[in-house]
Design a protein around this ligand. Sequence first.
Ligand code: DON
Length: 618
Amino acid sequence: MRVRGAALGMLLVAACRGTDPFVETARAVRPEAGAVVSEHPLATQVGLAVLDAGGNAADAAVATALALAVVYPQAGNLGGGGFAVFVGADGNASTLDFREVAPAGYAQDLYLGADGEVVKERSLVTPLAVGVPGSPLGLWELYRRHGSRRLSFAQLCEGAIALAENGFTVDPWLARDLASPSNQALLTHDPGAAAKFYPGGAPLAEGDRLVQPELGATLRRLAQRGPVGGFYRGEVAEALVADLREADRRAGFVAGERLLSLADLAAYEVRERPPLVGSFAGRTLVAMGPPSSGGVALLQVLGILEGMPLQRQRDARRERLALGLDVASEGDPAEREAASLGLDARAVHWWIEAFRRAFADRAEHLGDPDHVDVPVGELLAPAWLASRRVSIGERADLAVGALVRAPREASAETTHLSVVDRDGNAVALTTTLNDTFGSGLYVDAAGFLLNNELDDFSIKPGTPNLFGLVGGAANQLAPGRRPLSSMTPTVVLAPSGRVEVVIGAPGGPRIITAVTQVLLRMLAYGQPLEDAIRAPRLHQQWRPEVTRFEEGWPATLRGALDRDHGQPLREPERGGFASVQGIHVCEDGGVEAFSDPRRGGAAGVQGRGVARPASPRP
Ligand code: DON
């Protein structure tokens, strides 16, 4: 789909404002350098080397993702799935869905106990958790459709192969995750994972070397034979099914004859989906559509807020401060920051209410578009967003529901990477095993972990999943379906059409609230990328009704949300508020890349190398 210069057709709101598009076009801005941001410095390094070797953004994204499968086993993967948004320098946008699929034999009955209730562990740690992996074919398709062809797929695998075969030094983040009692219990339940990550019974520690020859051999097969011969059929596929059979025996034959099969693997397909295109603050946003809810929720929230008088509210707060009618305690950095942005409780109340409404629609309407009728157009229609906007009053509306459609005649781990190249191509790619280390089930002979993505289904309406998300029929588990996701890989284009921001994050439903808040802060409040990523975040997902706050918000603002707006709030928390990986291309082509200091990732810019992790220690 061509997005540059095209009418924005179906979606969203108000006229352009901000930078004058014609001034930018005249400058023909291109990024002064390519950049890669990911959650591991070694993976960022691999991506940057591909850009330096003449690869484009798609090539670098593929190589970075493969490297993450080696150095970041918490979430980087061959045994999981994800989504990629590609925007070419020529203005063509395309999105790839390489989400996992429920095997042909899997249906709700397998997940329920004799009492008819969901047995939680089945969709988390048994073979019933595991969807047919999408990553190997997804990365191949990203290369095949959008790669530069200056480098072969085998060349893109080289960095990951070297890291697997030669090994790498365990960093403090992996050491911490392996030492956590819950992860240790998960991984030591599988003998192969136990041997690899807990040699001699103790977790690999910071500074240890992790060598993965089996994974190296799998990556070599992938490099030489491509994903069909190298993964979905042949030795790797056979090893995967054999290990699942063994895990099913350990779990008491919960899947039995209906276990994920060789036929399920052979049938896996990547889907090219229509990109979701919306606008906000004069920019064009290219986002991921269903089966991710990320793009719909992002565009709904920004679409609701664009019509709110955010600017007037900022001006009013600044005026009150100037007149001494409002005070921001000078000694409190959180107060000072909010005051300098003109941010007050009323505006944050609007953010929360917009999230509440978007997540209500998510729970009711979103699912796999190949199997259910997802009303994307209705959910993003200006009239629906306007009605949502005017429904926001001064008090929190905890009883808000979802879009009611007119009757019809018929019918805890993920990781994100962002890349731009010098030509102005961009890739935002989010990939996951779902929970940290996925299901904990490890394919011994092939050296990789399997996802527990099927927990993202609403296995029984009203029963919350791992992330407390509830859903209904639209996200019901059924054979061949893809579970609903919150992943929100997004590319923002400036009014001239050049790439401006490439962004995404891990964090379950907090991905949606994190990406939205960072973009809101950048595009509506003028904060630089780094400040917007560092800023404290909040999370509201409809159910539960309460809003969660990260540490660092002004106490006065939280007080006013409670008192003046009836917002139920949790005490401020530390940790768990997603980890945003962003690139910003400035008007003059300058490139800023920043990896969220909440985790140990690193940004790299051509000519400047890879920055030290923003936060070297957990
Ligand atoms: O697709 C989803 O929405 C989830 N499987 C993502 C899980 C996740 O982000 C956990 N990461 N920290």
